[in-house]
Design a binder for this molecule. Structure first.
Ligand SMILES: Nc1ncnc2c1ncn2[C@@H]1O[C@H](COP(=O)(O)OP(=O)(O)OP(=O)(O)O)[C@@H](O)[C@H]1O
Length: 595
């Protein structure tokens, strides 16, 4: 995505910002790391994260994994901060598309859904998605939640029987106004109408069904978003939703289908001739997971949705309107991400230009794929996926920069005793530049000290690529530090040189410890390898342990003198083009065919 000069320019900018974070040469007392050492262990705060639930009309692809990995990163980050975090994902299993897909596969719809749902579960497990809840909309608990939700809306007068007349797109399961459709031609040259946004064919529908009073909620939704300007992130999506609410028609929404058209869904309570609209059914899953209607309140007040931009309207207009109607709290945040494209086109089951995640992890490993998706995926804009790009990024950032640093600084050739080396304040005094340290070394210390605060800010906004950019910039600074002082040229038999050598290694391992802790939400296995090699125990890996270079700040360092962990080989093996081209999915790991 970035050209080499963009990378250099942005690196300089990040380093500049990191350095500006701490104004003084000597780390001032006020800049202790206390602000990310908040002890939440006494009463862990609840935090509830959801991915979209995925439509089971075809096998999972990289786009689905991206939504799940993004949400998983947030979940792991919150756990590190000692929140009681919950991550829900699952499958959306009702609707006409599934009815049709099961029909053409000659399968019973539920068996068909079970097969595909299992393949999503399998892919997510293989990709390290540490979900706590997996929901299927064909479960009994969900049907009960939807029926209850419907009954509440009906009893409050927000659902009425009416006639829907207008455009409908079955592939998008979505209603469209006149301004949202355009003329086109099909493959046989016939004139058709299509959705302007998705390009999918639309049909004119005229049928009696139940309508939801969506139009009643325009003012409340506007008020909600105007008074909570950071609810939808990135902010450009909040502006887009505000624009829809201000400028577009917000007509009442049809929330049921005649059973003759759609059998595969939840029947309307008290009217078996109508089936509940798949989006109303699907959205309620977020409530089902947390025990609606009995005991959802603790989790519901802290819900955070992660969604693709294609389903923004459903999550930022329909869903909040349903919640307002039901008298329930609105989401705390809606994190939106853009799309992975292939040669400029959205990766999509319907187009068929999908990348199989299992093949990608065979080629790049789970952490390689996770790192690439979160490092290259920019929530604000689409990004093209191709294997060469993944390979180059993994090689330069994971194998060379990070792996090379660990390999150099923990190697027995430089550290024959294999213990966490001692730091000498006379070699690297707190006030400098003095001792053996030069001003660039002090700048590096400042940058790494500031890093956790910066990463916290980026994770909170789910700008993971910015967090990884900042970590990458610090890794380059640490490599520069090692290169500058070339510890391999120092003589261990000379006490003064040995002290400096140990200090260089101590500082470098401290940097690696901070990178290891911060990288856990993104690349859990790789981070574990780093921290285990440094001898960092599981209890020393939380956000509270981000106290960088204690000795420099005049405090004790628990790791100093402790044995390093065993050497488990290279951190990340460099990938070769020939190797990647030759690799295909192992027999038996291919997701089952859906249609
Ligand atoms: N190309 C993509 N890039 C990023 N995320 C995606 C992509 N495709 C799907 N997703 C994520 O998965 C969710 C569900 O997508 P969906 O099941 O509609 O997949 P799809 O391949 O776009 O299907 P279809 O082609 O049938 O529309 C999206 O809302 C989004 O969160």
């Amino acid at each position: 995505m970035s050209s080499p000069c963009c990378v250099i320019a942005s690196t300089k900018l990040i380093i500049h910002r990191l350095c500006r974070h701490v104004q003084h040469r000597r780390l001032p007392h006020a800049y202790s790391i206390a602000h990310f050492c908040t002890d939440r262990s006494q009463s862990p705060k609840a935090y509830y994260i959801t991915t979209p639930i995925f439509y089971v009309n075809a096998a999972p692809h990289i786009g689905h994994v991206y939504s799940a990995v993004t949400a998983d990163c947030l979940h792991r980050y919150k756990l590190l901060q000692r929140y009681n975090s919950r991550l829900a994902t699952g499958t959306d299993e009702h609707g006409l598309k599934i009815q049709q897909a099961a029909g053409s596969a000659g399968k019973d719809p539920l068996n068909f859904c079970t097969e595909v749902s299992e393949s999503f579960k399998h892919v997510f497990q293989r990709c390290g998605i540490s979900y706590t809840d997996y929901i299927r909309t064909t479960e009994k608990r969900h049907r009960q939640a939807v029926e209850h939700f419907w009954t509440v809306l009906l009893s409050k007068g927000y659902i009425y029987k009416g006639t829907y007349e207008g455009w409908y797109s079955t592939p998008d399961e979505s209603f469209l106004t006149e301004t949202q459709v355009t003329d086109s031609t099909d493959s046989e040259g016939r004139r058709i109408k299509v959705s302007t946004e998705s390009g999918h064919k639309v049909e004119w529908m005229n049928e009696d069904n139940y309508m939801f009073r969506l139009s009643d909620f325009r003012t409340q939704l506007l008020h909600w978003l105007r008074s909570n300007p950071n609810t939808i992130q990135p902010v450009k999506f909040q502006h887009l939703v505000l624009q829809w609410l201000e400028d577009d028609d917000i007509p009442d929404l049809s929330v049921s289908r005649q059973k003759s058209r759609l059998q595969w869904g939840i029947p309307v309570p008290g009217d078996p001739e109508q089936t509940i609209y798949v989006w109303l059914d699907a959205l309620v899953n977020y409530l089902t997971v947390v025990g609606y209607p009995q005991n959802h309140s603790k989790w519901w007040s802290v819900v955070h949705h992660v969604v693709g931009k294609d389903i923004l309207k459903f999550h930022a207009i329909y869903w909040p309107a349903f919640l307002l109607a039901a008298g329930l709290a609105l989401p705390q945040k809606i994190y939106v991400h853009s799309h992975w494209t292939v040669k400029g086109k959205k990766m999509s089951k319907s187009i068929g230009n999908v990348i199989n995640p299992l093949e990608s992890i065979e080629k790049f490993t789970v952490d390689g794929l996770r790192y690439f998706l979160l490092r290259q995926g920019v929530p604000d804009s689409d990004c093209d996926y191709y294997d060469d790009k993944v390979m180059k990024m993994c090689n330069s950032e994971l194998a060379d920069a990070l792996g090379g640093l660990l390999n150099r600084c923990a190697a027995p050739s430089l550290n024959p005793t294999q213990v966490y080396p001692r730091f000498s304040t006379s070699c690297f005094p707190a006030v400098g530049p003095s001792g053996k340290a030069v001003s660039e070394d002090y700048r590096m210390i400042e940058a790494v000290s500031a890093l956790p605060g910066i990463i916290e800010q980026h994770f909170e906004n789910l700008y993971v690529y910015k967090a990884l950019e900042a970590i990458g910039a610090c890794v380059r600074l640490t490599n520069g530090f090692v290169q500058r002082h070339a510890p391999w040229r120092l003589d261990r038999n000379n006490p003064e040189e040995q002290q400096w050598l140990d200090t260089i290694l101590h500082v470098s391992l401290e940097c690696l410890r901070i990178y290891g802790i911060l990288l856990q939400p993104v690349v859990p296995d790789l981070a574990d390898k780093i921290l285990s090699r440094l001898g960092v125990t599981p209890e020393e890996r939380s956000w509270n342990s981000l106290n960088f270079l204690n000795k420099f700040q005049g405090r004790e360092c628990a790791l100093e003198g402790r044995a390093l962990g065993p050497d488990l080989g290279v951190l990340f093996s460099r990938l070769e083009r020939s190797q990647i081209k030759g690799k295909t999915t192992k027999k038996g790991t291919q997701p089952k065919s859906k249609s």
